[in-house]
Design a protein around this ligand. Structure first.
Ligand code: 6GU
Length: 228
């Protein structure tokens, strides 16, 4: 899968996408991740990418031209399944959306700007709008990194334990059970006996019970079959 991220702040995406599982997934060819600086597609002096809002107020607005030029170039190189705009007024991101995106071949993620982007970009160039939750960020970059992370980790080969992405919290509308490692006792705080028992059937049943109990207590909305 290939993900192209379009932004005026490419530096914000460097660190979150260049470590651990995501780094390995890209290095091994499981995912292709390309960050583009919208500024490189400006034809204005000083590579300006924003302009005054028609009608006044509202601060500077990201202009359509550099974004259209970049999108036109990319769309000439391959076919994109979705062109996503990250915005707080989009559809709220969740695991089913991540699952759906993870089976696509090529997607573009356009990061918003705190004062907004020309509405014609949203009407004519975007296929989908996604928000990561009901709060406002300064821009879409961190949200795009979250979407890219949630999607790339689902790709076959991204996580060494093939089953682990499917075992996650949310895949079956249940929260994950608690996990422990050595030492078996620390300052008198003990690991549950069942996990030390070697009884694999018993451990599986205990983990499932823990998942159900935690979901009912912490996220009754999930348990009732209303994913997020
Ligand atoms: Cl995608 N962008 C911004 N700027 N704020 C957000 C968001 C996105 N999702 C939640 N808040």
């Amino acid at each position: 899968m290939r993900i192209d991220i379009l932004t005026v702040l490419p530096e914000l995406l460097d660190s979150p996408l260049n470590h651990s599982i995501l780094k390995r997934a890209v290095a091994s060819g499981v995912a292709e991740l390309v960050v583009h600086n919208i500024r490189d597609y400006s034809t204005q002096k000083h590579q300006q990418v924003d302009d005054y809002s028609f009608g006044g107020g509202a601060g500077m607005v990201l202009a359509i031209e550099p974004i259209d030029r970049l999108l036109t170039k990319l769309k000439g190189e391959r076919t994109y399944d979705e062109i996503i705009f990250m915005t707080p007024d989009g559809e709220r991101f969740n695991q089913p959306i991540a699952n759906g995106l993870s089976i696509l071949n090529n997607i573009i993620i356009l990061c918003g700007h705190y004062k907004g982007i020309d509405q014609r970009i949203r009407e004519h160039l975007i296929t989908r709008e996604i928000s990561i939750g009901d709060y406002v960020l300064t821009g879409g970059e961190l949200a795009a990194a979250i979407v890219a992370d949630a999607v790339i980790r689902l790709l076959p080969g991204a996580i060494s334990d093939e089953t682990s992405a499917l075992m996650d919290s949310f895949q079956d509308h249940l929260l994950a059970p608690p996990v422990y490692t050595r030492p078996a006792e620390y300052k008198g705080w003990k690991v549950p006996d069942i996990l030390l028992s070697g009884n694999h059937k018993g451990i599986e049943a205990w983990r499932h019970d823990q998942s159900v109990e935690r979901t009912k207590r912490l996220r009754p909305d999930l348990f009732e079959g209303n994913p997020q």
